[in-house]
Design a protein around this ligand. Structure first.
Ligand code: ADP
Ligand code: SF4
Length: 731
């Protein structure tokens, strides 16, 4: 199908300094956990997007010197020739597909804790990082300023040598250039502090020096948080924001603008729970009004209508995207080919970001199970190896894992029957998307629903059987499929079993009228009283989401939590606004507390730190600490048990128990995937579906095939020409 002419504007080339961007689709710098250390992963993840039509791909933040070391998080690095060599794999593979490669030169100041290098970061003034609160920087003197600027220049030259077309001086997310610009960090009284001209000096000088060094060969970009969202205490777009752009415009070939800081960078990478696509436009469009250079903006642009509107209305020249390019590396080509309904729309869950925040490779994506697997497993997001046998496959359960497994098997041309007792594809996600702010997570289901419908149309031997009666072991044995995939999901515990005690809680019973599981709340079929207590031992979104839902509906909600409630939402950047939301709704939390027993209308709560601080051996049968005396009763009208989940694995257990009957029934293999194997993130459940579908011919597809590892091998040095074969001490 041809592309709709209304999207033609997105495919116009744009000149940025000495380079031509072939269209307006631009993958802004984003973390994947590859850096310079995993060159195959870096090259494959970025170049697959070049193949998918993106005009430019960037590295993640790229450290210019050991003083900017973000370990435990993983950045790229351009410290030496070894890094040049490794990153040149990325530029080479991107260039093969006719796209541009960019690198984001980064110096973090006190936000980079230097845990690996053990160097001391330098900054405009001495401050304790609000992001890495134990890290302080040394205040730079004039000599320091010259040295750090030289680090940028040296790294820029290395970037050019590595084949990069676009070189950034990165000043968004509160990194060094912005630290000089913003009075929030810069308390200097010399020529680099005070007036805007002085605060801008470091950034302008650095841009000039980098431009003089590589500006003929590379486009010079800068990433600028045009509003730090602190009001006059930081950078405001209509004050220093616009003025700085006017000052720096002659030195820049491309403006990459966003908002926010590092401590709350969810204001930039806005989760769909709080922000719609294009949420930064009210700020960033002002930059386009004052700059004479191309401007790009971000904001989880997934919809080509919205993208075209951004350009035609003059809000930005280029569509910047991180998450939409992760969820669908082929997004531009799909628009070009008029395949809008094939776009795998980013759901805005920020699970991709969570892995960087936690530290370590690889990136994962809820929508795109191949993200991070391009090199090590050789998974292409749009191409699938043809089936390796004529076996037919029955997939039981059409949740995230089952629907992904069925989709990929169908892509591989297998005969697949996807069977579910529910009326709709999506499994537990159909309940989750009714929670406040989580509607866009439904794109996960929609993508699979659309693709499976198309694939079933193409291959008449495939079938989707929804709204069926729950299938039994006998029925599976008699079904006639050679392979069976069990994807029956998980359920919340009805008896209070939890990660703290690993046992049920006396009195917990969700079959009683005043106790509920999350599923019962989401189904809306059970009455809920005025005073609600949520008993929580889960660290992701369920307890705060239910609290928000019920408090917004007028209930008085208290959360009793034995774990750091919503801890994982720190990593998905949802935490700050989630807490603000619960505060607005007057949700109370009794933290560090759990429950010993439940009676009608009340639960006994204790402080998890309430027993003795000293342990002593007191013989068998006696606890080594003094008894916990912190118990007290808390009353409720309804109690919600968010205590833990368990796999719905009865079918699988039943099939395993009758393994001796498989052969006579023609069954060659039974596999357990997703939450039915173990409850987990939707991204991980989806991954297991994709993996089993890709490896179903292997000797035992239940267990993953080995993948390529990019590890240091003894005797091989990172630096070309050197050897690492001896342990040598300084003497
Ligand atoms: P996951 O996240 O692992 O994919 P979900 O809980 O989202 O798991 O989905 C599991 C799906 O399996 C649900 O749609 C449920 O209706 C279906 N299911 C569970 N047991 C059976 C069964 N015996 N027969 C048919 N469908 C089942
Ligand atoms: Fe989008 Fe979620 Fe994938 Fe990140 S993990 S790209 S937010 S779908």
């Amino acid at each position: 199908m041809a592309r709709d002419p209304k999207y033609d504007i997105l495919f116009e080339p744009i000149q940025i300094g000495p380079k031509t961007l072939r269209n307006r689709f631009y993958q802004v710098p984003h973390c994947i956990g590859a850096g310079s250390d995993l060159p195959g992963f870096q090259a494959a993840h970025r170049s697959i997007k070049a193949e998918g039509g993106w005009g430019a791909m960037n590295t993640e933040y790229c450290s210019i010197h050991p003083e900017s070391d973000d370990t435990h998080r993983l950045s790229a690095r351009l410290w030496d020739e070894g890094d040049v060599r490794n990153l040149s794999a990325m530029t080479e593979h991107i260039h093969k597909h006719g796209a541009l490669a960019g690198v984001e030169l980064w110096y973090g100041g006190a936000h980079a804790p230097c845990m690996e290098s053990r160097a001391t970061p330098r900054g405009p003034s001495q401050y304790a990082s609000e992001f890495e609160t134990l890290t302080y920087c040394k205040e730079m003197d004039l000599q320091d300023i010259k040295e750090v600027q030289q680090f940028y220049v040296d790294a820029a030259r290395r970037a050019r040598d590595a084949g990069f077309d676009i070189v950034y001086v990165y000043g968004a997310h509160s990194y060094l250039p912005l630290q000089f610009l913003s009075p929030y960090y810069n308390k200097r009284t010399d020529g680099y502090g005070g007036s805007l001209a002085n605060r801008a000096r470091f950034w302008l000088e650095t841009l000039e020096q980098v431009r003089n060094a590589v500006g003929k060969d590379c486009a010079i970009a800068t990433r600028f948080a045009c509003d730090t969202l602190y009001g006059p205490g930081g950078i405001e777009v209509e004050n220093d924001g616009i003025k700085f752009v006017e000052m720096a415009d002659p030195l820049v070939d491309l403006w990459d603008v966003d908002v926010g800081d590092i401590a709350e960078w969810g204001e930039d990478a806005g989760p769909s729970r709080f922000y719609l696509q294009g949420h930064q436009v009210p700020w960033t469009k002002m930059i386009k009004q004052v700059s004479k250079k191309p401007v790009l903006g971000v904001g989880r642009f997934t919809d080509p209508e919205k993208m075209a509107e951004i350009v035609t209305k003059g809000y930005a020249d280029i569509i910047g995207a991180a998450r939409p390019s992760i969820a669908d590396p082929f997004l531009p080509n799909k628009i070009k080919e008029g395949r809008i309904d094939d776009i795998r729309v980013c759901i805005g869950c920020n699970v991709c970001i969570s892995r960087w925040e936690i530290g370590g490779p690889p990136i994962i994506c809820t929508q795109n199970a191949t993200a991070g697997e391009e090199y090590r497993r050789g998974w292409h997001p749009e191409k699938f190896p043809k089936k390796g046998s004529n076996d037919s496959v029955l997939v039981v359960g059409a949740g995230p894992s089952g629907s992904e497994c069925a989709r990929v098997l169908m892509e591989r041309d297998y005969t697949v029957h996807l069977y579910d007792s529910a009326e709709k594809i999506g499994g537990h996600l159909n309940g989750v998307i009714t929670l406040p702010g989580l509607g866009e997570w439904g794109y996960h289901r929609d993508y699979r629903e659309t693709q499976i419908a198309k694939l079933v149309k193409k291959n008449k031997t495939c079938q989707v059987a929804l709204g069926q009666k729950p299938i039994t072991v006998d029925e599976i044995l008699a079904y006639g499929a050679e392979k069976v995939v069990i994807a029956t999901g998980s359920s919340w515990n009805t008896d209070g079993t939890n990660c703290l005690t690993h046992d049920p809680i006396p009195g917990a019973d969700a079959s009683l009228p005043d106790q509920l599981t999350p599923e019962q709340v989401m189904s809306g079929k059970k009455a809920i009283g005025k005073r609600v207590v949520i008993l929580n031992a889960d660290t992701y979104f369920m307890a705060p989401s239910l609290a928000e839902k019920l408090a917004a509906a007028g209930h008085e909600v208290t959360i009793v939590s034995g774990v750091h409630m919503a801890n994982y939402m720190h990593f998905t950047l949802e935490y700050p606004n989630m807490m603000r939301r619960l505060h607005e709704l007057h949700v109370e939390e009794i933290g560090d507390s759990f429950c010993s027993k439940i009676e009608k209308g009340r639960l006994e709560v204790y402080s998890i730190w309430g027993d003795g601080s000293k342990r002593t051996y007191r013989g068998p049968g006696v606890l080594p600490r003094d008894a916990n005396k912190s118990h007290r009763w808390v009353e409720f009208d309804s109690l919600i048990l968010v205590t833990g989940r368990h796999s719905n694995d009865e079918l699988h257990r039943g099939l395993k128990a009758r393994e001796s009957e498989w052969e006579k029934n023609g069954i060659k293999g039974v596999y357990l995937i997703g939450d039915a194997e173990a409850p987990r993130l939707i991204a991980d459940a989806t991954f297991t579906g994709q993996r089993v579908a890709r490896e179903i011919e292997s000797a035992n597809a239940q267990f993953a095939l080995p993948y390529k590892r990019e590890v240091a091998v003894w005797g091989v040095s990172h630096m070309p020409g050197a050897t690492n074969t001896a342990i040598e001490y300084q003497v």
